[in-house]
Design a protein around this ligand. Structure first.
Ligand SMILES: [Cu+2]
Length: 189
């Protein structure tokens, strides 16, 4: 970040790599979602957008998830220009500039895809991801490593987890009517 003094000036101290954040064995920024078992259901996307800010030349949040057709709003809070370059495998690639502070741009996606990398070609340390899910049952872990999926209809499911450094895992789960189920995932070593 030294190469861009205006970016560094937005931070009080050194800026550390945030690609792997673990606190007491709890993994942050892991995406959890229902991967299989909901094919016969149709869900409306939330009208509330998912916000991805560019602040201090970092993505906030670094790891985001949205439902298919849910608006994803990219915002540039910096005086620096950024471009938002998405590199999906399934969805269409995008790349646009955001030059003015306060500028926003909204994207929506019509198909799911897990862990689409996003980056800025001007500031190569800027890395993030967006996961697009076909149902409303997903979340991203905070420091406690937990995601709660609520109001899931009873049924047999496969739950997936994705992390940018530690890859993917999945587990089956059966949810009884009015029941709860908990799953524990272990990623890495
Ligand atoms: Cu940038």
């Amino acid at each position: 970040m030294r190469s861009a003094p205006q970016c560094a000036a937005a931070h009080d101290g050194p800026v550390y790599d945030q690609s792997l954040l673990v606190t007491d064995h709890h993994l942050q920024n892991a995406v959890v979602w229902i991967k299989k078992g909901l094919d016969s259901w149709v869900f409306s996307p939330p009208s509330e957008p998912v916000m991805i800010d560019q602040k201090g030349c970092l993505y906030e949040p670094r790891v985001a998830a949205a439902m298919v057709h849910q608006p994803i709003v990219f915002r540039n809070s910096d005086a620096e220009a950024h471009n938002v370059h998405g590199r999906p495998q399934i969805l269409s690639t995008w790349n646009f500039m955001m030059s003015r502070p306060g500028a926003t741009r909204t994207l929506t996606f019509d198909k799911p895809e897990v862990g689409v990398p996003i980056g800025c070609d001007i500031h190569p340390w800027m890395a993030g991801s967006i996961t697009v899910v076909g149902n409303p049952y997903f979340g991203v872990t905070k420091a406690d490593g937990i995601v709660n999926l609520t109001k899931v209809p009873p049924g047999d499911y496969v739950v997936g987890v994705w992390h940018e450094k530690l890859g993917v895992k999945e587990q089956p789960v059966t949810l009884s009517p009015s029941g709860t189920a908990s799953l524990k995932f272990e990623l890495g070593g």
